[in-house]
Design a protein around this ligand. Structure first.
Ligand code: CIR
Length: 264
């Protein structure tokens, strides 16, 4: 069965450049190794392509160290695309570079113009609603600005809370199918997934929560064997991708792509 919340014809990615070593991070766990990151990135893109999707691979933007985390710059829905307004000042300028590729595919695109801030990592789109977590990067005005756009396109937006100290809402959760969410216990405990089937990451494997369902595949970061086995047992077709270098910059599977089906 296909569902627009995880069935996509297209993805956009951006290869990391040399400046990625200067990317934002909450904690210093060592400089990311660019060569290894590029290997991981290539494996990620290959998986997306393996599902039959068209992957638009953008060149690095050396002036923007975090630009490989394209998810934060836009929200792409079946009927419209909306450019975000990142709450991290060093990332604001990335958005202009996403305008052209999206305009090419969608025609017109919307844009969050401020005063609020909102990043794509705080947005989880399910088959019934758009969940947006308030966070250090996404504020009330940003959520309201997005709501006024998506409601005009017939979507329901529900504001929720990203846990304290967690970068983005989707750092702690992912959509697995129309009914099912993978989440950390700490996020599920907030009650924000009431009405969904929720699978929990194994204790100590919270960093596995940022996966993506992309067509028939679930892409998850390598190194979380108990969560991986649980997902296999639940029937998902899993691909484990190295994420050691992006993890040093608080990045994971969802951040590395925009996933969508543009109007045909
Ligand atoms: C940042 O702090 O903005 C980047 N170093 C990581 C962004 C991760 N993006 C995401 O989870 N959607």
């Amino acid at each position: 069965m296909t569902d627009a919340s995880y069935s996509f014809t297209h993805a956009i990615t951006r290869r990391p450049g040399k400046s990625v070593t200067q990317g934002l991070r909450a904690e210093d766990t060592g400089t990311p190794d660019l060569t290894r990151m590029l290997e991981h990135h290539a494996a990620y893109v290959t998986c997306l392509k393996d599902t039959g999707a068209t992957v638009i691979e953008l060149d690095p933007l050396e002036d923007f160290p975090d630009a490989t985390f394209v998810e934060d710059t836009a929200l792409c829905l079946p009927g419209c695309a909306i450019l975000m307004r990142p709450g991290a000042p060093s990332r604001l300028g990335e958005v202009d570079h996403m305008a052209e590729p999206l305009e090419h595919l969608y025609g017109e695109v919307h844009r969050i113009t401020g005063p609020g801030f909102i990043e794509g990592g705080d947005i989880l789109t399910t088959s019934r609603e758009i969940l947006v977590g308030r966070s250090a990067r996404t504020d009330a005005a940003g959520v309201d600005a997005l709501r006024s756009i998506v409601e005009r396109h017939g979507y329901t937006l529900r504001e929720v809370q990203t846990p304290q100290g967690v970068l983005h809402f989707k750092t702690d959760c992912s959509l697995l199918d129309a009914e099912t969410i993978l989440a950390t216990q700490r996020l599920d405990a907030s009650g924000c997934f009431s009405g969904y089937r929720v699978l929990h990451t194994a204790r100590g494997e919270e960093a596995a929560a940022n996966t993506i369902r992309f067509n028939d595949l679930v892409l998850m970061p390598a190194g979380f064997p108990r969560t991986a086995q649980m997902l296999r047992d639940a029937g998902y077709d899993l691909r484990e991708i190295g994420n050691s270098e992006c993890a040093r910059l608080d990045g994971g599977m969802s951040c590395l792509s925009l996933r969508f089906s543009p109007p045909s």
